[in-house]
Design a protein around this ligand. Structure first.
Ligand code: SME
Length: 155
């Protein structure tokens, strides 16, 4: 995919400038969901799920796009796989991913990036597209850099 109108370095710079450690987490994530939604072309849903380790569930955080699933057990879906494997998961065709959770029936591809602090997964960034193969390995690397920046605003 293309990053709309800006370079990868500019997206990193904008992310750094948008993050305000004096704000509540929810306020930062709200603006970041909009930034990423607008920046990755072909995206129809972009948002965060926040991990509640004591319950083995992640809950829906700020997002852009259609109404989505509010809770995802760590054992389910692409998001769950990203949390339990502690790895980014790139899914070129969600119909081939066994256990994919179809929050939105128009979605055809997806990428999920864990937000890590040390070895702990705090949450995930999830981007969905109606296009097949919308996201690339380069996107994963860029989103992993962004996830590192975002990890600094979690307590
Ligand atoms: N497709 C995800 C669920 C979240 S929605 O896409 C917003 C999954 O399989 O974990």
């Amino acid at each position: 995919m293309d990053i709309v109108n800006i370079s990868k370095d500019e997206l990193i710079d904008i992310t750094i400038n948008l993050i305000d450690k004096n704000l509540p987490l929810v306020s930062n994530l709200a603006n970041l969901s909009k930034l990423l939604y607008d920046s990755f072309s072909g995206t129809n849903w972009c948002g965060f799920y926040i991990c509640y380790e004591n319950k083995n569930i992640m809950y829906l955080g700020p997002f852009q796009g259609p109404i989505a699933c509010t809770e995802i057990p760590f054992s389910k879906g692409v998001c769950g796989k990203a949390v339990t494997s502690k790895k980014s998961i790139l899914v070129p065709n969600v119909h081939n991913f066994i256990g994919h959770i179809a929050c939105c029936s128009s979605t055809n591809s997806e990428v999920v990036i864990p937000i890590m602090k040390g070895s702990k997964v705090l949450g995930v960034i999830d981007l969905d597209s109606n296009n097949f193969n919308n996201y690339t390995n380069d996107d994963v690397l860029l989103l992993e850099n962004i996830a590192n920046l975002i990890s600094t605003i979690f307590n």
